[in-house]
Structures are given as C-alpha cells and as structure tokens.
Design a protein around this ligand. Structure first.
Ligand code: ADP
Ligand code: MG
Length: 723
C-alpha cells in the first residue's frame, strides 16, 4: 500500500462512467424466466406426477419419491434448453453462506459416446464432500459423510453467470446420521412445528377447515457500495468488510441529504440490473432507495413463504455482490463498515397465516373484537418475553455487535412495540375488561385538492427491536450479513411453544366448563399478567430505558456476542428446541460451537490486521511525514528561524502511542490458555476489542495530523462521497 495506490484509485474513480443502462424489459417478459415454476412443471410432467408434486409444494403433503425420475427428466430438459451443462445442489451451511457443488449432466456410454443424464436419484440426494464446513462436532473427519436432499418446496432455477449456466436445486444438508448441518433443515422443522400448534388453536376457536399454517418473511436488506478501486486499496475492507481505521469526514450524514435522495446514476444502473436478475429468478423486488448514510442503500422484496424467502434472501446477497463487481463497486454487507456512520441491518418482517384463515396477525379494523388475532398476537408477546435472550442470541455475531449494544439502532434489549391502539387493547385485557379500540380516524390535510386518507391506528417506532407494524412483526436486530433463517427458526419455534401453551390452556379451561370467550379472555389475561413487562412503546435508545428494562422489568441486556451466544446452551433453550422438534440437544450445541468459533476467528483476523496495517502502512507514512517536518525545522534553525516544534512533538507522540498500543495488542493476542470457549469469547470482547479501538484512535488522530499527500489509505471522504 502506498500513497501512489490511493492517488491512482482517486483518478480511476473520477474517470468512471456508469455502464450503459439497458432499456428495461417488461416485467411480464422477465418474470421467473429462470425458474422451474409450477406452470412449467404442469406443461412438462405427466398429470398424476404434477398433481403429486403440487400437493407437496402447496399443502405440505408427503413427498412421493417415486415421481422424482419424471421430475428430474423434465427439469433437465428445461435447464439444458436454457443452456445449462451443469447442475448443483445448493445448500446453506452454518456459516451464513450459500454453498453449491457442480456436477455435469454428462454421462459417458459404453461405446464412448456421451449423453446428458439427470436421474431421480441424483435429484433427490447428493453427497457433496463438504467436510470442511464447520459442523460443531457433528461430523468427525473419519465419518465425514454429508448428504444434500432435494427441497421440493423451494423451486429450482438456472443461474447464469459469465462462466455459463447452471441448474440450481435448493437442498437441505445433513450428516450421515441425519443431523442437520445447515440452516434450512431447522427452518422447515420450525414451520411444521408452528403449523401444528397453530392448527390446534384455530380448531379450538371453532374452525373446521384449517389449511397448513406457514410463516411469511419479507426482509429489507441494507448495504453500502464503495468503488472497487478504493475498496481494493484497503486491506481491511478486503479481508474483514469494514474499515479498521479511518477518520470521520468533516461531513457525514448530519444533513440527512442522502436519505431517499436521488439515486446516483451509476448506482441506478446497478440497481436496475440487480432487479432484472431478481425478476428472472422469480424474486419479487419491490422497493429501493438511498439509506441514511452516504453510500448506503436498501432493497426490499415483497414478502414470500419463509422457506422460499430465506433462499431468495441468500440469492439477493449473492446478486448484490456479483452485480456490484460488474459495475466497478464492492457491495459491503458488513453491519458497520464505517465508524460514526449508520450501520446496515436486515429488517425481517414476519407473520403467520394459511389459505383458509389468511394472515393470523391481521387485527382488522376492530382488534378488540378479534379474539383470534389477540390470541396469536398474545402468543408472540409471551414468546418474546420468555425467550427474548434467544432472539438476541440468534443475531449475535462479531460484526453485528457494532450495532446492537453500541450506540446504535436497535438496542440489544429485546422488547415488543405494539403501537398505541393495540397497547390500549392489551392494557384493557390486563385490567380484565376489553372495552374497545381507537378507530383509525381520517387524516385531513387541510387542502381541498389533496386526498383525505385513513390514518394508521398506530405510529411507528424505529427504536424498537421487535415492532408490530400493522399486520406483522418486524425483527430489526438482524445483521445485514446474516442468513434470515436463524431468526425465522427462533420466531417460529417460540411461537410454536406459545401456541401449544395457548391450546393446552384453552382446552383445560373449556373442560372445566368455561365457554370459549371466557376461556380466551382468561388466557389473554394470564399472558398479560406474566408478560406485559416486555411491551415498551418509548425510546429504545434512551439510557433511562436501559436502566428501567434491566432493573425494573427484569429484561436481559446482552451487549456482546460473548454475553449472548451462551444462551444457546441454557437448559430452557435446549428443552424448547427439543420439545418443539426443531433441534436436538446435539444439533443445538453444534450451533453454539460453530458460532462461537466464528466469533473468535472474526476478531482474531481483525486484530492481526490492525497490527499489520498499523505497522506497515500507518507507521511508515507518519514517520515519513515526521522526517520531512523535522528536516524543515532543522533547515529553518540553520538560517536562524525557530519553527513551531509542537507539531513535530504531537506527531512523534502519536507515533509512539500508536506503536505502544500495537505492542499491547500483540501481547494480549498471544494469550491462549483459556478454560473454556466462553472465557475466550469474553476475553476477545473485553480485552482484544478495546485494545484494537485504542490503536485505531491514535491512527485516526494521526490521519488528522499527517500531510494528506503522505496518507496511504483512501479516506472516508473519498470512499463515501466519490461516486
Ligand atoms: P419499512 O417501512 O419498514 O421500510 P418496507 O415497505 O421497506 O417497510 O418493507 C416492508 C416489508 O414487509 C416488505 O418486504 C413487505 O413485503 C413485508 N411484509 C408486508 N406484509 C408482510 C407479511 N404479512 N408477512 C411478512 N412480511 C410482510
Ligand atoms: Mg423496516
């Protein structure tokens, strides 16, 4: 890294032109062209085969494996007609990544000729070696078999890249003993567990026809775009996805002038291509806009069934990164790429519903009279209160710690925001008498030519980690880099537990002679008596709330991953996952091991890089400047002029402090005698991280002292504002 690199990057970026923008095609012409959709299956499969597949996909009926051969043949014909020579079982290991192993359709015949072949057997089951994926002790290398198995409920698609076309088949990834090694298996289990419990409640409420209940998910993805020339001249961005050094620019986001502003042309062309690719893959891209920080953007698809939404979310992350590359950007999905500038999250909008009763979290216009809604909403409240620490644990990563528990949205304390209308209804429940709910009312803007429109019954609260937003909950603590699967598993599982409790409680009350309405009110009152402490409508960032939440409400404030992850090992969490049939104790423990290991590794890599960048990039630049400065002072003295020596002293001092900080950090990193992984995590959080911050502080101060033309790293100003 040298000054030259930075200068070169600046001139290269200034010369950039947006890629030519294509005339957008009609949505109908693009939509799902790269997906093996139900209608394509219908056109190419024998009637009975199609009926069977459709039944599994739409109503969760058991998969009849004997139809796999016919489906595989049709799938291959379609994929090869799109130019595919390879197929891949796509799976989602515990690393938040997407993994795929490619195999050719090629089959060599005995006479040496080749044909394309894709059998039912290889559609249904694959055996990627994959033994290098972290598995938390679920597989030892001598018994390292891992299998992928076809998930028929998430559609197959072709992925076109510059390297050709591949048929991609979403799969689960399991060990040879059947343990889940991935993020999809528990998600599917959590949905069926929740469906069972929800069905019991709906039947008790008098519904005779109840379709399987699914959960829905719409995830808003925030990200940063930085020009590739800048990103590539910063080892920290390259290796860790965030800047480990960098002085805030004179202008940050104070003006809010980026938020929802006009989208820069280069970015607009990039977004257009991302959306086109999403449409072709059947991903319903819906909104896009500039976010609060300069260089930050958001993309949100329309919501879908949780399993499909989760696969699509992984694809969105892949598309953002690969398309950014084409347009000369690097897409940063890290939660906090720039200190002092807003971080990126992923708001996971989540609800539950089915084909017969619709969205079960839709309150309608008169929520107080909607017993079904109140019971489902009450069940969520109970779950979030009982298992708040679990919700914190599933969003715990080294990178997300820079948002949660730091001075940034949302807080690490998990509370529920209901909005004024619902909060009042639940207050009435507490008092034992449901009287009514505020009518939504009309909003009159006082100008005759403007429309009068209905006012939302509750305002929004941006500071809540878990907010009711009209007909769903929005879990805002999820990291921008994360798979949405873990959070969805947690929400579905705690809801399954709560709904089971609701059903048991309703049943025993009705057995004891209560009518349905009295029983339901009794259940709701019990929920409020025990769990109202989790409901909070105020400012989630305020120090008063942090104090009150912990001291008066008894809520946990797990600030770091080191504090939060061990929740996965708690008995009550192990019992929850086992009872709901989502994760066995062994599977759960393996997750703790994998996530803890990733946390330690992330901090280790960052700490090593802090040391090497400080020594080899920042120190040399500062010393060079100091020697020029000292020379000037000496030259001036030679002709009898006394120059201000203080600057030289300041710089020397900072250089010394920087290198002392580096020595301290290096010494601290040498420690390796920990009694447990929990102790090691605490050490990383409490000792290593603060020492890294200390080194950074001196380096950033130096950045403000050293002559700009000596500074080797692209600055915040350049990375955030030059487009
Ligand atoms: P915000 O105001 O929070 O920025 P957006 O409009 O950007 O809202 O995103 C809202 C997200 O919530 C979208 O992805 C939308 O599809 C999703 N959503 C809407 N209804 C539901 C639902 N019933 N279940 C899950 N997600 C939903
Ligand atoms: Mg949102």
């Amino acid at each position: 890294m040298s000054y030259g690199t930075r200068v070169q990057a600046i001139s290269q970026v200034t010369d950039r032109k947006p890629l030519p923008s294509k005339i957008p095609q009609r949505l109908e012409a693009l939509w799902a062209t790269d997906v093996f959709t139900l209608s394509k299956m219908q056109a190419s499969l024998p009637k009975d085969v199609f009926k069977s597949v459709k039944n599994t996909i739409l109503t969760g009926g058991k998969l009849d494996v004997s139809i796999a051969g016919a489906v595989a043949a049709a799938m291959k014909d379609w994929a090869t007609s799109k130019g595919a020579l390879y197929y891949a079982h796509v799976f989602y290991p515990m690393t938040n990544a997407t993994a795929e192993k490619h195999d050719g359709f090629i089959s060599v015949q005995s006479d040496g000729s080749v044909i394309t072949e894709f059998t039912g057997k290889v559609l249904v089951q694959g055996e990627p070696d994959g033994s290098s994926f972290p598995n938390g002790g679920l597989r030892s290398t001598f018994e390292a078999r891992g299998y992928t198995a076809w998930d028929v409920t998430s559609p197959a698609y072709v992925m076109e890249t510059d390297n050709g076309v591949t048929l991609c088949i979403p799969t689960v990834f399991i060990s040879w003993t059947g343990e889940a090694l991935d993020k999809k298996t528990p998600l599917l289990r959590s949905i069926s567990s929740m469906s069972k419990a929800a069905t019991r409640v709906l039947k008790l409420l008098g519904h005779t026809e109840v379709a399987p209940v699914n959960s829905s998910c719409g995830a808003e993805q925030e990200y940063f775009l930085v020009d590739a020339h800048f990103a590539h001249s910063r080892p920290d961005l390259l290796l860790t996805g965030r800047t480990l050094f960098g002085k805030p620019a004179a202008k940050g986001q104070q003006f809010d002038d980026h938020y929802f502003g006009a989208i820069p042309e280069r970015v607009q062309v990039f977004m257009q291509e991302v959306e086109e690719r999403m449409y072709r893959l059947g991903i319903p891209a819906k909104t896009r806009h500039n976010e609060v920080a300069p260089g930050q953007f958001e993309i949100a698809p329309f919501f879908e069934a949780a399993n499909v939404a989760s696969d699509h979310q992984q694809l969105i992350m892949t598309l953002l990164k690969s398309t950014a590359k084409k347009h000369g950007f690097v897409c940063l999905l890290h939660e906090k790429p720039f200190a002092g500038i807003n971080g990126s999250g992923k708001h996971v909008n989540w609800s539950v519903g089915n084909a017969t009763q619709g969205n079960l979290l839709d309150p309608g216009d008169t929520p107080h009279a909607n017993m079904q809604f109140l019971l489902f909403c009450g069940a969520v409240i109970r779950g979030v209160h009982k298992y708040g620490p679990l919700l914190r644990a599933v969003v715990a990563t080294a990178s997300n710690d820079h948002r949660l528990g730091a001075n940034e949205a949302p807080p690490a304390i998990i509370s529920v925001y209901l909005g004024s209308q619902l909060e009042k209804v639940f207050d009435q429940i507490s008092q034992g008498q449901i009287e009514g709910s505020d009518a939504p009312g009309l909003m009159d803007l006082g100008v005759d030519t403007l429309p009068v429109f209905p006012k939302d019954p509750g305002d929004r609260n941006r500071t809540s980690p878990f907010a009711f937003t009209g007909n769903r909950f929005e879990f805002r603590a999820v990291g921008s880099n994360q798979s949405v699967s873990g959070p969805l598993v947690a929400m579905n599982t705690i809801l399954a537990d709560s709904l089971t409790w609701v059903a048991d409680n309703l049943e025993s009350r009705m057995k004891a002679g209560e009518d349905l309405k009295t029983a339901a009110q009794g259940v709701l009152k019990e929920i409020m008596d025990k769990h109202r402490n989790v409901i909070f409508g105020g400012n989630g960032y305020s120090p008063e709330w942090h104090k009150m939440a912990v001291e008066e409400r008894g809520l946990a404030n797990l600030r770091t991953t080191a504090d939060a992850l061990p929740v996965l090992k708690a008995d009550y969490i192990e019992e929850l996952f086992a009872r709901m049939g989502v994760l066995t104790p062994v599977e759960l423990e393996s997750r703790f091991d994998v996530y803890a290991e990733q946390y330690l590794l992330a901090i280790e890599v960052e700490a090593k890089l802090v040391v090497s960048m400080a020594k080899t990039i920042i120190y040399p630049a500062a010393v060079r400047y100091l020697s020029e400065l000292s020379l000037a002072i000496a030259n001036a003295a030679a002709i009898g002029i006394e120059m201000d020596k203080e600057r030289a002293q300041t710089v020397s001092n900072l250089i010394k402090l920087l290198m002392d900080g580096v020595s301290k950090l290096s010494a601290a990193m040498a420690k390796d005698d920990f009694d447990s992984i929990e102790e090691h995590m605490q050490y990383s959080a409490q000792t290593i991280r603060p020492l890294m911050d200390q080194v950074r502080e001196y380096a950033d101060t130096l950045e403000g002292e050293v002559a700009d033309n000596f500074w080797p790293l692209p600055t915040y100003q350049e990375m955030l504002f030059v487009k």
